[in-house]
Design a protein around this ligand. Structure first.
Ligand code: NAP
Ligand code: ZN
Ligand code: ZN
Length: 350
């Protein structure tokens, strides 16, 4: 076992505080990573406050959150072939899966039909709790590690490992590209990646934000259009406009209103995870043969593809780097929508 330092929530809703814990010694296929940066995803806040208790079997405390992990390899197990000491690597939302079910075999480990082992707030296949990236190091099987872009700053790439892939995967699956009208609902951590990636893929991008406060940013990030959803006119004007809507909002909202903005055969993909169920009317779907779908991060192969795409197109995340001592303040600011557009913890501050 090796001792690791980090920050943990000791109980649901408790503020995060310094915490020391054990990580396994690297096994023959493991990579030991010195964590340099970790992004703060809204999911970290939902989970450390036990906000998804209606959906998760259990929340495990003490909880060390963090699944946008970027760092450098410091040791490798005897049989590791993919990485060597000194490589710039990343770890996203999961660190293992069964490896034999149909989804795993087709590179969709995030939908493993046995059990995806999440990076934190989960148990590995031996029943040991997993601890995330708000810490100094992590031990991960090489098959669940990503190679980070060489040409881009590591801090601004950390959020690609969740926010980036969560938007890239549905944009690719529903074929965002030239000639497609794509709306991104919510310009937060996920939303800004959606705008940048959809624009880089060649789609015409519209941001639907609750006010016009972020309009200049939206245009700078690549949106052609920007509307406030607080204005009822927006819903009249944009009726039947979009091929694809990706909804990143973390709060309860009326999905029916947004479904009406789809063209015939359009799809709204939900990636935001509000803590309560949202009712959907049948008529909102039948009218334009519309689809309501969901999507969850992306598999290892697709995450690597996304990182390579970002390297090629120079896509990074807009970030605000903070020392770990400010993590609780950062949580409050995310909840209040006061972040442009992702906090990233500089682990040197630990
Ligand atoms: P975030 O940075 O807080 O962004 C959420 C955005 O939603 C805000 O910037 C805001 O955008 C909008 N919003 C927030 N509260 C709102 C309200 N009361 N009414 C209307 N709009 C509101 O969060 P994030 O890190 O991007 O995560 C977003 C959601 O996705 C979270 O629920 C998270 O758990 C989930 N998530 C899902 C996956 C997946 O695989 N499906 C992966 C990662 C995260 P505007 O100011 O532009 O309106
Ligand atoms: Zn996340
Ligand atoms: Zn599986």
């Amino acid at each position: 076992m090796s001792r690791s330092k980090g920050y943990a929530a000791m109980a649901a809703k408790a503020p995060l505080a310094p915490y020391t814990f054990e990580r396994r010694e690297p096994r023959e296929h493991d990579v030991l990573i010195a964590i340099k940066y970790c992004g703060i995803c809204h999911s970290d806040i939902h989970q450390s406050r036990d906000g998804w208790s209606d959906y998760l079997e259990e929340s495990i405390f003490p909880m060390v959150p963090g699944h946008e992990i970027a760092g450098v390899v410091t040791a490798v197990g005897a049989k590791v072939t993919k990485y060597k000491v000194g490589d710039k690597v990343g770890v996203g939302c999961f660190v293992d899966s069964c490896r034999t079910c149909a989804p795993c075999k087709s590179g969709l480990e995030q939908y493993c039909s046995v059990r995806t082992v999440w990076t934190y707030n989960a148990r590995d296949y031996e029943g040991v709790p997993t601890y995330g990236g708000y810490s100094d190091r992590i031990v991960v099987d090489e098959n669940y590690v990503l190679r980070m872009p060489e040409n881009l700053p590591l801090d601004a790439c950390a959020p690609l490992l969740c926010a980036g892939i969560t938007l890239y995967s549905p944009l690719r699956h529903w074929q965002a590209g030239p000639g497609k009208n794509v709306a991104i609902v919510g310009l937060g951590g996920l939303g800004q990646m959606g705008v940048k990636l959809a624009h880089a893929l060649g789609a015409e991008v519209t941001v639907l934000s609750h006010s016009l406060k972020k309009q200049a940013d939206g245009k700078r990030l690549g949106a052609a259009h920007f509307y406030a959803t607080s204005d009822p006119e927006t819903f009249t004007k944009l009726k039947g406009t979009f091929d694809l809507i990706i909804n990143t909002v973390s709060a309860e909202m009326d999905w029916n209103e947004y479904l009406a903005l789809l063209k015939l055969d359009g799809t709204m993909v939900v990636v935001g995870l509000p803590e309560k169920n949202i009712p959907v009317g049948a008529f909102a779907l039948t009218g334009g043969r519309r689809s309501l779908a969901g999507s969850q991060i992306g598999g290892i192969q697709e995450t690597q593809e996304m990182l390579n795409f970002c390297a090629k197109h120079g896509v990074t995340c807009d970030i605000e780097v903070i020392p770990i001592q400010k993590v609780n303040e950062a949580y409050e600011r995310v909840v209040n929508g006061d972040v442009r557009y992702r906090f990233v913890i500089d682990m040197a501050s630990l």
